[in-house]
Design a protein around this ligand. Structure first.
Ligand code: IMP
Ligand code: MG
Length: 191
């Protein structure tokens, strides 16, 4: 188990409302996803495309559990800024350098909330003529009214709260928490 003090250091004095997924649970589920993904792609070239920054820890753990050859590249899109609700404006600030045409593309996301980010990216990626395009998301809030492409691989259904940790941030912070927690946006410890 984690030392309470080390968790407090990472939180900078802010309270975690509730731990939603423990590190052991995450690790177990990521292993299952990796095996499932391995079985889903019996042939062809697989390019795992991580959407930065939120997916960086998940992606790192996931690719090590996929038992087949693959390439890794990244996309950087921005939408939220400092807010906790989606603006609906998705901007690509880094485009993958790897060729996408003819490859199986697996887009890896940290969390699908409104679905705006995914919907935009799916349109952009389809234009590059991949052999196939699928989404793997660690968390799915299942709130999106309309998804361009329903994620084929889902780690966990997430509660309708703002989650941080294991790569997910609020205003750039908390990505280094080893678990996933619902952030208490109102309170600070001791306040
Ligand atoms: P969407 O466009 O509303 O689906 O949001 C997608 C992006 O917003 C994700 O890739 C995250 O970076 C961020 N996001 C959405 N919900 C959360 C959350 O609960 N915690 C942290 N980031 C989130
Ligand atoms: Mg984010």
């Amino acid at each position: 188990m984690l030392e309470t003090a080390s968790v407090a250091d990472r939180m900078g004095g802010r309270k975690v409302a509730r731990i939603v997924f423990e590190p052991e649970q995450i690790q177990q589920r990521v292993k299952e996803l990796g095996e499932e993904i391995g079985r889903a792609y019996p042939d062809g070239e697989l390019l795992v495309l991580g959407l930065l920054k939120g997916s960086f820890i998940f992606l790192g753990d996931l690719v090590r559990e996929i038992p087949r050859p693959l390439q890794v590249d990244f996309l950087v899109a921005t939408s939220y800024g400092e807010a906790t609700v989606s603006s609906g404006n998705v901007r690509l600030v880094y485009d993958p350098e790897t060729r996408l045409a003819g490859k199986h593309i697996l887009l890896v996301e940290d969390i699908v909330d409104s679905g705006n980010t995914m919907n935009e990216l799916v349109r952009v990626l389809r234009d590059r003529r991949p052999r196939s395009l699928e989404i793997c998301t660690l968390l799915h809030k299942r709130l999106a009214a309309r998804l361009e492409l329903e994620p084929r691989f889902v780690g966990f259904d997430a509660p309708p709260q703002f989650l941080v940790g294991y790569g997910l941030d609020h205003a750039g912070l908390y990505r280094n928490l080893p678990y996933l927690a619902a952030l208490d946006l109102g309170e600070r410890a001791g306040a």
